[in-house]
Design a binder for this molecule. Structure first.
Ligand SMILES: [Zn+2]
Ligand SMILES: [Zn+2]
Length: 123
């Protein structure tokens, strides 16, 4: 089981421990949730690291994170589709840590950068 903590404020960003799921079990289908409840996938194994070098893929709602205050980054036709900039930040300290994809052209997920979070409390 995996928990994630913000590297800047040590706040636990996982709302509950997440269990790893194999890439083969992810649901690559437009407008559907990529990752099941309570699970996470390795972004590198899924070949979905992108420019931000994502490490973890999770379902929206599993993390205590919020949208960036940089409104121009939050574009998409009916949701968010920006994979190039941080659009998700720590819910407590606003440390930039990932992206959220929620528009109709893609499967829906939150991607988190491994170098912005820790699997263990830092202090
Ligand atoms: Zn759309
Ligand atoms: Zn934080």
């Amino acid at each position: 089981m995996m928990r994630l903590y913000c590297k800047q404020c040590n706040h636990q960003v996982t709302n509950r421990p997440l269990q790893k799921i194999a890439v083969e079990s992810l649901k690559f289908r437009e407008e559907e949730q990529l990752v099941p409840y309570g699970r996470f996938a390795n972004a590198e194994e899924a070949e979905m690291q992108g420019r931000l070098r994502l490490s973890f893929l999770v379902r929206e709602g599993e993390l205590n994170v919020i949208l960036t205050s940089h409104g121009k980054r939050l574009y998409g036709c009916c949701g968010y589709s920006n994979m190039e900039d941080f659009t998700i930040v720590c819910g407590k300290c606003s440390y930039e840590m990932g992206i959220i994809i929620t528009e109709c052209s893609w499967e829906h997920y939150v991607g988190i950068c491994g170098d912005r979070v820790s699997k263990f409390p830092l202090w």
